[in-house]
Design a protein around this ligand. Structure first.
Ligand code: UDP
Ligand code: UDP
Length: 424
Protein backbone atom coordinates (compact mmCIF):
# COMPACT_ATOMS: atom_id res chain seq x y z
CA UNK A 1 0.00 0.00 0.00
CA UNK A 2 1.36 3.41 -0.91
CA UNK A 3 0.72 5.70 2.04
CA UNK A 4 2.53 8.96 1.46
CA UNK A 5 2.04 10.27 4.99
CA UNK A 6 4.37 9.26 7.82
CA UNK A 7 3.13 8.06 11.22
CA UNK A 8 3.34 10.59 14.02
CA UNK A 9 5.91 9.95 16.72
CA UNK A 10 4.29 8.71 19.93
CA UNK A 11 0.66 8.39 20.98
CA UNK A 12 -2.17 10.48 19.72
CA UNK A 13 -3.08 13.57 21.69
CA UNK A 14 -5.06 12.89 24.85
CA UNK A 15 -8.46 14.56 24.85
CA UNK A 16 -8.26 14.98 21.08
CA UNK A 17 -11.38 14.49 18.96
CA UNK A 18 -12.06 10.83 18.21
CA UNK A 19 -13.04 10.17 14.61
CA UNK A 20 -14.66 6.85 13.78
CA UNK A 21 -14.33 5.89 10.11
CA UNK A 22 -16.84 3.49 8.57
CA UNK A 23 -15.55 2.64 5.10
CA UNK A 24 -17.47 0.65 2.56
CA UNK A 25 -16.14 -1.93 0.11
CA UNK A 26 -14.24 -1.79 -3.18
CA UNK A 27 -10.73 -0.43 -3.59
CA UNK A 28 -12.03 2.70 -5.29
CA UNK A 29 -13.89 3.44 -2.06
CA UNK A 30 -11.27 2.21 0.37
CA UNK A 31 -8.24 4.04 -1.07
CA UNK A 32 -9.60 7.54 -0.42
CA UNK A 33 -10.40 6.49 3.15
CA UNK A 34 -6.98 5.09 3.87
CA UNK A 35 -5.29 8.10 2.28
CA UNK A 36 -7.33 10.49 4.40
CA UNK A 37 -6.82 8.42 7.56
CA UNK A 38 -3.07 8.32 6.86
CA UNK A 39 -2.96 12.08 6.35
CA UNK A 40 -4.81 12.70 9.63
CA UNK A 41 -2.89 10.10 11.59
CA UNK A 42 0.42 11.54 10.47
CA UNK A 43 -0.54 14.81 12.15
CA UNK A 44 -1.31 13.08 15.47
CA UNK A 45 -4.00 15.63 16.38
CA UNK A 46 -6.96 13.26 16.39
CA UNK A 47 -7.80 9.87 17.78
CA UNK A 48 -8.86 7.54 14.98
CA UNK A 49 -10.80 4.29 14.87
CA UNK A 50 -11.68 2.37 11.75
CA UNK A 51 -14.64 0.01 11.60
CA UNK A 52 -13.62 -3.15 9.77
CA UNK A 53 -16.44 -5.30 8.45
CA UNK A 54 -16.04 -9.05 8.88
CA UNK A 55 -15.86 -11.48 7.20
CA UNK A 56 -13.34 -9.96 4.85
CA UNK A 57 -14.63 -9.44 1.33
CA UNK A 58 -11.31 -9.73 -0.54
CA UNK A 59 -7.65 -10.43 0.16
CA UNK A 60 -6.72 -7.11 -1.41
CA UNK A 61 -8.90 -5.20 1.04
CA UNK A 62 -7.74 -7.19 4.03
CA UNK A 63 -4.08 -6.63 3.10
CA UNK A 64 -4.73 -2.96 2.53
CA UNK A 65 -6.20 -2.45 6.00
CA UNK A 66 -3.51 -4.61 7.60
CA UNK A 67 -0.88 -2.32 6.08
CA UNK A 68 -2.74 0.75 7.34
CA UNK A 69 -2.82 -0.54 10.94
CA UNK A 70 0.82 -1.65 10.72
CA UNK A 71 1.91 1.79 9.51
CA UNK A 72 -0.20 3.65 12.06
CA UNK A 73 -0.33 1.57 15.24
CA UNK A 74 -2.22 4.32 17.11
CA UNK A 75 -5.17 3.91 14.76
CA UNK A 76 -7.68 1.65 16.49
CA UNK A 77 -9.58 -1.13 14.81
CA UNK A 78 -13.23 -1.84 15.61
CA UNK A 79 -14.33 -5.23 14.29
CA UNK A 80 -17.85 -5.26 12.92
CA UNK A 81 -19.42 -8.68 12.37
CA UNK A 82 -21.92 -8.44 9.54
CA UNK A 83 -25.20 -10.28 9.65
CA UNK A 84 -25.45 -13.07 7.07
CA UNK A 85 -27.10 -11.82 3.89
CA UNK A 86 -29.69 -14.50 3.36
CA UNK A 87 -31.78 -13.16 0.49
CA UNK A 88 -32.51 -15.35 -2.54
CA UNK A 89 -33.67 -12.32 -4.55
CA UNK A 90 -30.08 -11.07 -4.59
CA UNK A 91 -28.61 -14.16 -6.25
CA UNK A 92 -26.20 -13.21 -9.01
CA UNK A 93 -25.74 -9.62 -7.75
CA UNK A 94 -22.31 -7.98 -8.09
CA UNK A 95 -20.27 -8.98 -4.99
CA UNK A 96 -19.41 -5.39 -4.05
CA UNK A 97 -23.05 -4.35 -4.25
CA UNK A 98 -23.86 -7.32 -2.05
CA UNK A 99 -21.20 -6.19 0.39
CA UNK A 100 -22.68 -2.71 0.47
CA UNK A 101 -26.10 -4.22 1.05
CA UNK A 102 -24.75 -6.41 3.79
CA UNK A 103 -23.18 -3.37 5.50
CA UNK A 104 -26.41 -1.43 5.06
CA UNK A 105 -28.56 -4.21 6.53
CA UNK A 106 -26.21 -4.55 9.50
CA UNK A 107 -25.93 -0.80 10.11
CA UNK A 108 -28.32 -0.89 13.07
CA UNK A 109 -25.61 -2.84 14.94
CA UNK A 110 -23.22 0.09 14.59
CA UNK A 111 -24.97 2.16 17.26
CA UNK A 112 -24.06 -0.06 20.25
CA UNK A 113 -20.64 -0.83 18.74
CA UNK A 114 -19.62 2.80 18.43
CA UNK A 115 -21.36 3.81 21.65
CA UNK A 116 -19.00 1.44 23.45
CA UNK A 117 -15.89 3.00 21.90
CA UNK A 118 -13.43 4.66 24.24
CA UNK A 119 -12.74 7.51 24.22
CA UNK A 120 -16.23 8.53 23.25
CA UNK A 121 -16.53 9.15 19.52
CA UNK A 122 -16.69 12.80 18.45
CA UNK A 123 -17.82 12.25 14.87
CA UNK A 124 -18.36 9.58 12.25
CA UNK A 125 -16.96 9.60 8.73
CA UNK A 126 -18.60 7.16 6.36
CA UNK A 127 -18.91 6.29 2.70
CA UNK A 128 -21.70 7.50 0.45
CA UNK A 129 -22.82 3.92 -0.26
CA UNK A 130 -23.84 3.66 3.41
CA UNK A 131 -25.21 7.19 3.85
CA UNK A 132 -28.91 6.41 4.19
CA UNK A 133 -28.24 3.80 6.89
CA UNK A 134 -25.33 5.28 8.82
CA UNK A 135 -26.39 8.95 8.98
CA UNK A 136 -29.60 8.15 10.96
CA UNK A 137 -27.65 5.88 13.35
CA UNK A 138 -25.08 8.63 13.93
CA UNK A 139 -27.54 11.46 14.31
CA UNK A 140 -30.60 9.91 15.96
CA UNK A 141 -29.01 7.21 18.08
CA UNK A 142 -25.48 8.32 18.81
CA UNK A 143 -26.15 12.07 18.56
CA UNK A 144 -22.92 12.49 16.65
CA UNK A 145 -22.02 14.55 13.59
CA UNK A 146 -21.75 12.36 10.51
CA UNK A 147 -19.57 13.31 7.55
CA UNK A 148 -19.40 11.68 4.13
CA UNK A 149 -15.94 11.27 2.59
CA UNK A 150 -17.14 11.48 -0.98
CA UNK A 151 -15.06 9.25 -3.19
CA UNK A 152 -15.85 10.78 -6.57
CA UNK A 153 -16.00 14.20 -8.21
CA UNK A 154 -18.28 17.07 -7.15
CA UNK A 155 -20.38 16.65 -10.31
CA UNK A 156 -21.17 13.09 -9.25
CA UNK A 157 -22.06 14.27 -5.77
CA UNK A 158 -24.43 16.89 -7.19
CA UNK A 159 -25.96 14.28 -9.45
CA UNK A 160 -26.45 11.85 -6.56
CA UNK A 161 -28.00 14.54 -4.36
CA UNK A 162 -30.32 15.68 -7.14
CA UNK A 163 -31.33 12.30 -8.56
CA UNK A 164 -34.17 11.67 -6.03
CA UNK A 165 -35.69 15.05 -6.99
CA UNK A 166 -35.38 14.07 -10.65
CA UNK A 167 -37.13 10.74 -10.18
CA UNK A 168 -39.87 12.32 -8.04
CA UNK A 169 -40.45 14.98 -10.71
CA UNK A 170 -40.50 12.40 -13.49
CA UNK A 171 -42.79 10.23 -11.36
CA UNK A 172 -40.57 7.22 -11.85
CA UNK A 173 -37.97 5.26 -9.91
CA UNK A 174 -35.11 5.16 -12.39
CA UNK A 175 -33.21 7.12 -15.03
CA UNK A 176 -35.42 7.83 -18.02
CA UNK A 177 -33.83 10.80 -19.78
CA UNK A 178 -31.39 13.70 -19.58
CA UNK A 179 -31.00 15.17 -16.11
CA UNK A 180 -30.77 18.92 -15.48
CA UNK A 181 -28.65 19.03 -12.36
CA UNK A 182 -28.91 22.36 -10.52
CA UNK A 183 -25.62 24.22 -10.63
CA UNK A 184 -24.16 21.70 -13.09
CA UNK A 185 -26.34 21.79 -16.18
CA UNK A 186 -27.86 19.14 -18.41
CA UNK A 187 -26.35 15.66 -18.18
CA UNK A 188 -27.25 13.57 -21.25
CA UNK A 189 -28.99 10.31 -20.37
CA UNK A 190 -25.89 8.26 -21.20
CA UNK A 191 -23.56 10.14 -18.79
CA UNK A 192 -24.80 8.90 -15.38
CA UNK A 193 -24.30 5.29 -14.28
CA UNK A 194 -26.31 3.32 -16.83
CA UNK A 195 -27.44 0.84 -14.24
CA UNK A 196 -29.76 3.60 -12.99
CA UNK A 197 -31.96 2.82 -16.02
CA UNK A 198 -32.88 -0.41 -14.24
CA UNK A 199 -35.34 0.29 -11.41
CA UNK A 200 -34.95 -3.22 -10.01
CA UNK A 201 -31.20 -3.09 -9.72
CA UNK A 202 -29.95 -2.97 -6.15
CA UNK A 203 -27.55 -0.14 -7.08
CA UNK A 204 -30.47 2.02 -8.25
CA UNK A 205 -32.34 1.49 -4.99
CA UNK A 206 -29.28 2.18 -2.85
CA UNK A 207 -28.34 5.22 -4.96
CA UNK A 208 -31.75 6.86 -4.56
CA UNK A 209 -31.85 6.13 -0.83
CA UNK A 210 -28.37 7.55 -0.32
CA UNK A 211 -29.16 10.56 -2.49
CA UNK A 212 -32.18 11.34 -0.34
CA UNK A 213 -30.11 11.29 2.83
CA UNK A 214 -26.88 12.95 1.81
CA UNK A 215 -28.10 16.48 2.49
CA UNK A 216 -28.35 15.43 6.17
CA UNK A 217 -24.61 14.84 6.34
CA UNK A 218 -22.55 17.33 8.30
CA UNK A 219 -19.86 19.49 6.80
CA UNK A 220 -21.63 20.31 3.55
CA UNK A 221 -21.11 24.10 3.35
CA UNK A 222 -24.18 26.29 2.79
CA UNK A 223 -24.83 26.89 -0.83
CA UNK A 224 -25.39 30.42 -0.42
CA UNK A 225 -25.19 33.09 2.33
CA UNK A 226 -28.18 33.53 4.61
CA UNK A 227 -31.15 35.42 3.14
CA UNK A 228 -29.44 35.90 -0.23
CA UNK A 229 -31.71 33.92 -2.55
CA UNK A 230 -34.97 35.06 -4.15
CA UNK A 231 -37.49 32.24 -4.51
CA UNK A 232 -39.92 32.82 -7.38
CA UNK A 233 -42.94 30.55 -7.79
CA UNK A 234 -46.51 31.15 -8.75
CA UNK A 235 -48.26 27.99 -7.53
CA UNK A 236 -49.59 24.94 -9.27
CA UNK A 237 -52.16 26.39 -11.58
CA UNK A 238 -50.66 29.66 -12.68
CA UNK A 239 -49.12 29.34 -16.12
CA UNK A 240 -47.56 32.61 -17.20
CA UNK A 241 -47.49 33.96 -20.76
CA UNK A 242 -44.19 33.47 -22.56
CA UNK A 243 -43.53 37.17 -22.82
CA UNK A 244 -44.07 37.70 -19.10
CA UNK A 245 -41.82 34.74 -18.30
CA UNK A 246 -39.04 36.38 -20.31
CA UNK A 247 -39.54 39.71 -18.50
CA UNK A 248 -39.33 37.90 -15.17
CA UNK A 249 -36.10 36.22 -16.29
CA UNK A 250 -34.58 39.49 -17.43
CA UNK A 251 -35.70 41.14 -14.19
CA UNK A 252 -34.11 38.48 -12.03
CA UNK A 253 -30.94 38.67 -14.09
CA UNK A 254 -30.84 42.47 -13.79
CA UNK A 255 -31.51 42.36 -10.03
CA UNK A 256 -28.08 40.78 -9.53
CA UNK A 257 -29.63 38.54 -6.84
CA UNK A 258 -29.28 34.80 -6.52
CA UNK A 259 -32.56 33.10 -7.33
CA UNK A 260 -34.51 29.87 -7.50
CA UNK A 261 -37.30 30.20 -10.04
CA UNK A 262 -39.99 27.59 -10.63
CA UNK A 263 -41.35 28.13 -14.14
CA UNK A 264 -44.69 26.75 -15.19
CA UNK A 265 -46.08 27.03 -18.70
CA UNK A 266 -49.12 24.83 -18.17
CA UNK A 267 -51.75 24.90 -15.47
CA UNK A 268 -51.33 21.32 -14.34
CA UNK A 269 -48.15 20.39 -12.56
CA UNK A 270 -46.08 17.46 -13.92
CA UNK A 271 -47.54 17.81 -17.41
CA UNK A 272 -45.26 20.64 -18.45
CA UNK A 273 -43.37 19.34 -21.46
CA UNK A 274 -41.91 22.68 -22.56
CA UNK A 275 -38.12 22.79 -22.64
CA UNK A 276 -36.68 25.56 -20.47
CA UNK A 277 -34.36 26.59 -23.28
CA UNK A 278 -37.38 27.21 -25.54
CA UNK A 279 -39.23 29.16 -22.89
CA UNK A 280 -36.39 31.39 -21.69
CA UNK A 281 -34.36 33.96 -23.58
CA UNK A 282 -31.46 32.67 -25.65
CA UNK A 283 -28.41 32.20 -23.47
CA UNK A 284 -30.28 33.06 -20.25
CA UNK A 285 -29.42 29.85 -18.43
CA UNK A 286 -25.75 30.25 -19.32
CA UNK A 287 -25.64 33.88 -18.19
CA UNK A 288 -27.17 33.15 -14.77
CA UNK A 289 -25.26 29.89 -14.27
CA UNK A 290 -23.98 29.68 -10.72
CA UNK A 291 -26.33 32.28 -9.26
CA UNK A 292 -29.72 31.43 -10.68
CA UNK A 293 -31.53 28.13 -10.88
CA UNK A 294 -34.59 27.61 -13.06
CA UNK A 295 -36.66 24.48 -12.70
CA UNK A 296 -39.97 23.20 -13.96
CA UNK A 297 -40.33 20.31 -11.57
CA UNK A 298 -42.29 20.16 -8.36
CA UNK A 299 -40.24 21.50 -5.48
CA UNK A 300 -40.62 20.86 -1.78
CA UNK A 301 -41.71 24.43 -1.23
CA UNK A 302 -41.84 24.27 2.55
CA UNK A 303 -38.26 23.04 2.59
CA UNK A 304 -37.24 25.82 0.20
CA UNK A 305 -38.89 28.50 2.31
CA UNK A 306 -37.42 26.99 5.47
CA UNK A 307 -33.90 27.17 4.07
CA UNK A 308 -31.85 29.93 5.69
CA UNK A 309 -30.53 31.07 2.29
CA UNK A 310 -33.98 32.22 1.13
CA UNK A 311 -34.54 35.96 1.65
CA UNK A 312 -37.61 36.73 -0.48
CA UNK A 313 -40.56 34.92 -2.00
CA UNK A 314 -42.06 36.41 -5.18
CA UNK A 315 -45.44 34.72 -5.05
CA UNK A 316 -48.84 34.41 -6.66
CA UNK A 317 -50.36 34.60 -3.15
CA UNK A 318 -51.98 31.22 -2.81
CA UNK A 319 -52.98 31.06 0.85
CA UNK A 320 -50.85 27.98 1.51
CA UNK A 321 -47.85 29.71 0.02
CA UNK A 322 -48.42 32.85 2.08
CA UNK A 323 -48.80 30.98 5.35
CA UNK A 324 -45.71 28.88 4.56
CA UNK A 325 -43.68 32.01 3.85
CA UNK A 326 -45.02 33.73 6.96
CA UNK A 327 -44.26 30.70 9.13
CA UNK A 328 -40.69 30.66 7.82
CA UNK A 329 -40.25 34.41 8.35
CA UNK A 330 -39.59 35.01 4.64
CA UNK A 331 -40.61 38.45 3.23
CA UNK A 332 -42.89 38.43 0.19
CA UNK A 333 -43.29 40.32 -3.03
CA UNK A 334 -46.95 39.74 -3.84
CA UNK A 335 -47.97 39.24 -7.45
CA UNK A 336 -51.52 37.85 -7.22
CA UNK A 337 -53.71 36.89 -10.11
CA UNK A 338 -57.33 37.98 -10.16
CA UNK A 339 -58.24 34.30 -9.94
CA UNK A 340 -59.89 33.20 -6.72
CA UNK A 341 -58.78 34.70 -3.44
CA UNK A 342 -55.29 35.82 -4.42
CA UNK A 343 -55.78 39.58 -4.36
CA UNK A 344 -57.61 39.39 -1.03
CA UNK A 345 -54.76 37.29 0.33
CA UNK A 346 -52.29 39.93 -0.89
CA UNK A 347 -53.99 42.46 1.37
CA UNK A 348 -52.99 40.29 4.34
CA UNK A 349 -49.33 40.48 3.34
CA UNK A 350 -49.58 44.22 3.10
CA UNK A 351 -51.46 44.73 6.35
CA UNK A 352 -49.23 42.34 8.28
CA UNK A 353 -46.24 44.28 6.95
CA UNK A 354 -44.05 41.37 5.86
CA UNK A 355 -44.09 42.15 2.15
CA UNK A 356 -44.90 44.45 -0.68
CA UNK A 357 -47.90 44.32 -3.03
CA UNK A 358 -47.84 46.45 -6.16
CA UNK A 359 -51.45 46.48 -7.21
CA UNK A 360 -50.71 47.50 -10.77
CA UNK A 361 -48.71 44.30 -11.34
CA UNK A 362 -51.19 42.30 -13.36
CA UNK A 363 -51.10 38.99 -15.19
CA UNK A 364 -54.18 39.58 -17.24
CA UNK A 365 -53.56 41.81 -20.20
CA UNK A 366 -50.69 41.76 -22.65
CA UNK A 367 -50.78 45.54 -22.61
CA UNK A 368 -49.85 45.53 -18.96
CA UNK A 369 -46.79 43.30 -18.94
CA UNK A 370 -44.66 43.95 -15.90
CA UNK A 371 -41.32 44.88 -17.35
CA UNK A 372 -37.93 43.53 -16.31
CA UNK A 373 -36.60 46.84 -15.04
CA UNK A 374 -39.44 47.23 -12.57
CA UNK A 375 -39.18 43.62 -11.44
CA UNK A 376 -35.45 44.05 -10.83
CA UNK A 377 -35.97 47.29 -8.94
CA UNK A 378 -38.67 45.92 -6.63
CA UNK A 379 -36.85 42.66 -5.98
CA UNK A 380 -33.77 44.61 -4.92
CA UNK A 381 -35.89 47.00 -2.86
CA UNK A 382 -37.60 44.28 -0.82
CA UNK A 383 -34.37 42.27 -0.45
CA UNK A 384 -32.76 45.39 1.04
CA UNK A 385 -35.72 46.49 3.15
CA UNK A 386 -34.73 45.92 6.75
CA UNK A 387 -38.10 46.88 8.16
CA UNK A 388 -39.89 44.25 6.04
CA UNK A 389 -37.25 41.69 6.89
CA UNK A 390 -37.55 42.38 10.65
CA UNK A 391 -41.35 42.23 10.44
CA UNK A 392 -41.20 38.92 8.54
CA UNK A 393 -38.98 37.42 11.24
CA UNK A 394 -41.42 38.62 13.88
CA UNK A 395 -44.37 37.10 11.98
CA UNK A 396 -42.39 33.83 11.75
CA UNK A 397 -41.83 33.84 15.51
CA UNK A 398 -45.51 34.60 16.16
CA UNK A 399 -46.53 31.76 13.82
CA UNK A 400 -44.28 29.33 15.68
CA UNK A 401 -45.83 30.39 18.99
CA UNK A 402 -49.37 30.14 17.60
CA UNK A 403 -49.05 26.45 16.71
CA UNK A 404 -47.07 25.48 19.84
CA UNK A 405 -49.00 24.16 22.87
CA UNK A 406 -50.77 27.12 24.49
CA UNK A 407 -50.62 29.17 21.25
CA UNK A 408 -53.74 30.60 19.66
CA UNK A 409 -53.89 28.09 16.81
CA UNK A 410 -53.22 25.19 19.12
CA UNK A 411 -55.88 26.43 21.52
CA UNK A 412 -58.52 26.70 18.81
CA UNK A 413 -57.81 23.15 17.75
CA UNK A 414 -58.27 22.04 21.37
CA UNK A 415 -61.50 24.01 21.55
CA UNK A 416 -62.69 22.35 18.35
CA UNK A 417 -61.93 18.93 19.81
CA UNK A 418 -63.69 19.89 23.04
CA UNK A 419 -66.76 20.84 21.01
CA UNK A 420 -66.78 17.38 19.48
CA UNK A 421 -66.44 15.82 22.93
CA UNK A 422 -69.42 17.74 24.21
CA UNK A 423 -71.59 16.23 21.48
CA UNK A 424 -71.40 12.80 23.12
N1 UDP B 1 -6.02 -0.32 -7.91
C1 UDP B 1 -4.78 -0.85 -7.64
N2 UDP B 1 -4.38 -1.98 -8.29
C2 UDP B 1 -5.15 -2.62 -9.19
C3 UDP B 1 -6.43 -2.06 -9.50
C4 UDP B 1 -6.82 -0.92 -8.84
O1 UDP B 1 -4.06 -0.30 -6.79
O2 UDP B 1 -4.72 -3.65 -9.72
C5 UDP B 1 -6.46 0.87 -7.18
C6 UDP B 1 -6.27 2.14 -7.96
O3 UDP B 1 -4.99 2.69 -7.70
C7 UDP B 1 -7.38 3.03 -7.40
C8 UDP B 1 -8.45 2.02 -7.01
O4 UDP B 1 -7.84 0.75 -6.93
O5 UDP B 1 -6.96 3.70 -6.22
C9 UDP B 1 -9.56 1.95 -8.05
O6 UDP B 1 -10.33 3.09 -7.86
P1 UDP B 1 -10.92 3.96 -9.05
O7 UDP B 1 -11.73 5.04 -8.41
O8 UDP B 1 -9.84 4.41 -9.97
O9 UDP B 1 -11.82 2.97 -9.90
P2 UDP B 1 -13.00 1.93 -9.56
O10 UDP B 1 -12.37 0.56 -9.60
O11 UDP B 1 -13.59 2.25 -8.23
O12 UDP B 1 -13.97 2.12 -10.68
N1 UDP C 1 -46.23 23.50 -3.88
C1 UDP C 1 -45.08 22.80 -3.70
N2 UDP C 1 -44.23 22.66 -4.75
C2 UDP C 1 -44.48 23.20 -5.97
C3 UDP C 1 -45.67 23.94 -6.14
C4 UDP C 1 -46.53 24.08 -5.06
O1 UDP C 1 -44.79 22.28 -2.61
O2 UDP C 1 -43.66 23.03 -6.89
C5 UDP C 1 -47.14 23.58 -2.74
C6 UDP C 1 -47.02 24.88 -1.95
O3 UDP C 1 -46.06 24.73 -0.93
C7 UDP C 1 -48.41 25.07 -1.41
C8 UDP C 1 -49.29 24.41 -2.47
O4 UDP C 1 -48.46 23.58 -3.25
O5 UDP C 1 -48.56 24.36 -0.19
C9 UDP C 1 -49.95 25.45 -3.39
O6 UDP C 1 -50.99 26.01 -2.69
P1 UDP C 1 -51.31 27.56 -2.71
O7 UDP C 1 -52.52 27.76 -1.87
O8 UDP C 1 -50.14 28.37 -2.32
O9 UDP C 1 -51.57 27.93 -4.22
P2 UDP C 1 -52.46 27.31 -5.40
O10 UDP C 1 -51.46 26.60 -6.27
O11 UDP C 1 -53.47 26.41 -4.78
O12 UDP C 1 -53.01 28.51 -6.03
Amino acid sequence: MALAAKPSSGDQARGAPHLVFIPSAGMGHIHPFSRFIAALASQGAVDISVVIALPTVSEAEADHFAALFATFPAVRRIDFNLLPLDDATLAGTDPFLLRWESLRRSAHLLGPLIDGAAPRASAIVTDVTLASQVIPVAKNELRLPCHILFISCATMMSFLAYFPTYVDGANTDHLTGDVDVPGIGRLPVDYPPQVLRDPDNLFTKQFIANGREIAEADGIPPQHPARSVVYVAFGNRNAAALEQIREIGAGLEASGCRFLWVVKTTVVDRDDTAELNDVLDDGFLGRVHGRGLVIKEWVDQEAVLGHPAVGLYVSHCGWNSVTESAACGVPMLAWPMTLGDQRLVATVIRSAGFGLWLEHWSWDRESSLVRAAEIAEKVKAVMGDEAISARAKEVGREATKAVAPGGSSHRSMQEFLATLGSLH
